[in-house]
Design a protein around this ligand. Structure first.
Ligand code: CDP
Length: 232
């Protein structure tokens, strides 16, 4: 920890592969500690949705940057903390950005260095006041390297696919377990192997394997880290 901050000003970074439980855990931790929650994956997903709608190729850096220059991302304080909304140019795209066609393409968009540079800049601005839980792939390493608490969540591929499948079914989105397993494995590979801001644990991150843990158990561990980190 760079310095001891008040609980309400804490900065918590949560990274990990698809389906490791990042957003579920981040939302619960934010609610318990009264912090804001920012889902950075939603920004990459929203830009991907915009590209698909505009017929811009998801690897076309120039086209993507043009779209990004005209994009506005908002994370309004949620009425239901378990369902935070993501607004793209004022439109609630929270469900649309989870569609399989967006998931299929998002890691290609996220590989484009210019896109990452711009989104990282926006993410740092969103976090500037502190009091935030942010989740993604590069939060502890690139976006908020000075975060008070860094957590890297993992789980087996089978368990991550199972969780994502249940989540999609619950939201009424089309999915089969096999397709999801294949898709998150492909996405993880692209995310791990890209040059800029790859998926990796920061050297000072606490790694938690959530395969056999309930969300509450993981949240308790993180809250404990926050308390320990603030003692002494
Ligand atoms: O929810 P899930 O873990 O499936 O993914 P997400 O957090 O919504 O992120 C979707 C995709 O955006 C990831 O697979 C990455 O390609 C990209 N992403 C990223 O590159 N950097 C981040 N900080 C967050 C997401």
């Amino acid at each position: 920890m760079a310095e001891k901050r008040k609980a309400k000003d804490l900065v918590i970074a949560i990274d990990g592969p698809a389906g490791a439980g990042k957003s579920t855990i981040a939302k619960l931790v934010a609610a318990r500690l009264g912090l804001r929650y920012i889902d950075t994956g939603a920004m990459y997903r929203a830009l991907t949705l915009k590209a698909l709608r505009a017929g811009v190729d998801c690897a076309d850096a120039g086209g993507l940057m043009e779209l990004l220059a005209q994009s506005r991302f908002e994370f309004p304080v949620a009425k239901e903390p378990e369902n935070p909304a993501v607004l793209l140019d004022g439109e609630d795209v929270s469900t649309l950005i989870r569609l399989p066609e967006v998931s299929q393409e998002v890691s290609r968009v996220a590989m484009v260095p210019e896109v990452r540079r711009e989104l990282v800049h926006i993410q740092r601005e969103l976090a500037a006041g502190g009091g935030i839980v942010m989740d993604g792939r590069d939060i502890g390493t690139v976006v908020l390297p000075e975060a008070d608490i860094k957590v890297f969540l993992t789980a087996s591929l089978e368990e991550r696919a199972r969780r994502r499948y249940l989540e999609m079914r619950q939201k009424g989105l089309p999915a089969t377990l096999e397709e999801i397993k294949k898709q998150i494995a492909t996405r993880d590979k692209l995310d791990r192997e890209r040059e800029v801001g790859p998926l990796q644990a920061a050297p000072d991150a606490i790694c938690i394997d959530t395969t056999a843990l309930s969300p509450e158990e993981v949240v308790d561990k993180i809250i404990q880290l926050c308390t320990e980190g603030r003692e002494g």
